[in-house]
Ligand binder design. Structure first.
Ligand code: FAD
Length: 431
């Protein structure tokens, strides 16, 4: 997914640079002997590193709607990830540069700068903040393999300690503290909101009305709101938290799922594939039990391009946003042009919603549907696309499926000269 600039990015850049701009007059110049410019680099990276860390926390607030300033929640998580990673690198450079700046004086001076006597608590607070960062960031490094999602989320709470310690370090050493207060409130406030307030005020209660089997290991949950349900657009997703006491796993755990119903439907429909403990247990959720819904998030179809027809490419359970779109067309929503949906599956046993999609294609002139089975025809290629949709390269393209399929399709489409700006994709994985 290309990181095209959005308005929210501008806000982040301003907030990131603000502490630096305020501090610059006190930092001196970049020139002069090595000890001077290394000190300058050390201070600048320290300021930027802490600001990045606080902003990484601030963007994790997950207020429905605000993710769209950044191009949807999936893109926002990527920004969060890169801000956190960038902060870590800058903090390392910060310590290294300040240590190196003291080397021309003596090696002992360099060691004492980094590891002063315990009485100089401000420096040690910085080291403790760094240690907390290492603890919560370590599982995200590929070296440790794919982290267990729920454990990784719990470990992420250590980030609050890293922020507090980092801020304390800055308050003791920085001349100007007003901006650190502002960024600190934004970063720590976001964590408090997400962990303590939002679970109580942002979740909407729904009741499971039906659990409809779609294939082996795949069901569709039909959910009826208790009170005001959420309003959403096609292609958006929610966090679903089941409360069913009889669930063998995942009770009280939130997981993201795409809404497969049409926005005009008063009930929410969510297709769930058994991909792990929680989604396996959800296959047997009890009708009548309650779930909590938070959202909606994302903007898969958020930006409109009425001047072009659309090509939708869905793979496996990645068909769900397109099912929502097709159901919308069937219930009278305007397509703003013609839509051609290709559904990529291994074989008929792995193609969900197929009959319903065929029925909609028969009834709606603005919607065409083509099934592609890789077991029969190999990987989807240009010839297959052109045979069924001759003008596919002229269309606005939406892709949703497993990461490997997504990457393959991006390459296939780019090979046809289709600009990245016309390809919109969603991957069911935030890591
Ligand atoms: C935007 C989005 C939309 C999705 N829509 C659908 C859908 O319509 N239908 C569907 O079947 N699946 C969908 N998924 C995938 C679904 O969220 C995961 O299958 C589910 O969370 C797996 O949880 P588990 O405990 O069963 O499996 P686990 O074994 O715990 O996890 C399997 C993988 O799922 C991901 N995952 C697990 N928990 C979370 C979480 N809380 N947040 C983000 N990712 C997580 C991780 O990459 C993990 O490696 C979507 C995911 C995303 C990010």
């Amino acid at each position: 997914m290309p990181l095209r600039p959005r308005y929210g990015d501008l806000l982040l850049i301003v907030l990131l640079l603000l502490p630096l701009v305020v501090a610059l007059p006190r930092l001196g110049g970049l020139g002069g002997p090595p000890e001077l410019w290394l000190t300058w680099v050390g201070r600048v990276t320290g300021i930027l590193g802490l600001a990045m860390m606080l902003l990484a926390a601030a963007v994790s607030i997950r207020l429905p709607g605000t993710d769209r300033w950044f191009g949807g929640l999936a893109r926002l998580w990527r920004l969060h990830h890169w801000l956190g990673f960038g902060a870590f690198i800058l903090v390392m450079v910060h310590a290294l540069a300040l240590g190196l700046a003291a080397v021309p004086t003596s090696l002992e001076a360099a060691v004492a700068t980094l590891f002063p006597p315990p009485a100089q608590g401000a420096i040690w607070l910085g080291w403790l903040a760094w240690l907390a960062m290492v603890i919560f960031l370590a599982p995200t490094f590929d070296f440790f393999g794919q982290p267990h999602y729920q454990r990784w989320k719990r470990l992420h709470l250590v980030s609050a300690a890293a922020l507090l310690l980092g801020l304390w370090h800055a308050f003791l050493l920085a001349g100007e503290t007003a901006l650190w207060w502002l960024l600190g409130i934004a970063g720590l406030g976001a964590i408090v909101w997400r962990k303590l307030v939002s679970p109580r005020v942002s979740r909407h209660p729904y009741r499971v009305e039906a659990v409809e089997p779609l294939a082996r290991g795949v069901v569709e949950l039909v959910l009826r709101p208790e009170g005001d349900g959420i309003r959403y657009e096609t292609g958006q997703f929610v966090y679903l938290t089941p409360l069913d006491e009889r669930l063998a796993a995942g009770r009280g755990e939130e997981h993201p799922y795409t809404i497969a119903s049409a926005p005009s439907d008063s009930r929410l429909r969510i297709g769930i594939k058994d991909l792990g403990d929680a989604s396996h247990a959800l296959q047997t959720v009890t009708p009548g039990s309650r779930v909590l819904i938070e959202g909606p998030y994302g903007e898969f179809f958020g930006r409109r391009f009425p001047e072009r027809d659309m090509l939708w490419l869905g793979g496996g359970i990645g068909i769900t946003p397109f099912v929502g779109g097709a159901r919308g067309l069937a219930s009278g929503a305007s397509a703003e042009g013609h839509v051609h949906l290709f559904y990529l599956a291994n074989g008929p046993d792995r193609a969900y919603y197929q009959e319903e999609l065929e029925r909609i294609a028969e009834a709606e002139a603005a919607f065409a549907f083509t099934q592609h089975y890789s077991r029969e025809r190999g990987r989807l290629d240009e010839a297959f696309l052109r045979e069924h949709c001759p003008d596919f390269t002229e269309r606005e393209i939406y892709v949703c499926g497993p990461p490997a399929m997504n990457a393959y399709l991006q390459r296939l489409l780019a090979g046809q000269g289709i600009p990245a700006s016309r390809i919109h994709s969603e991957v069911f994985d935030f890591l």
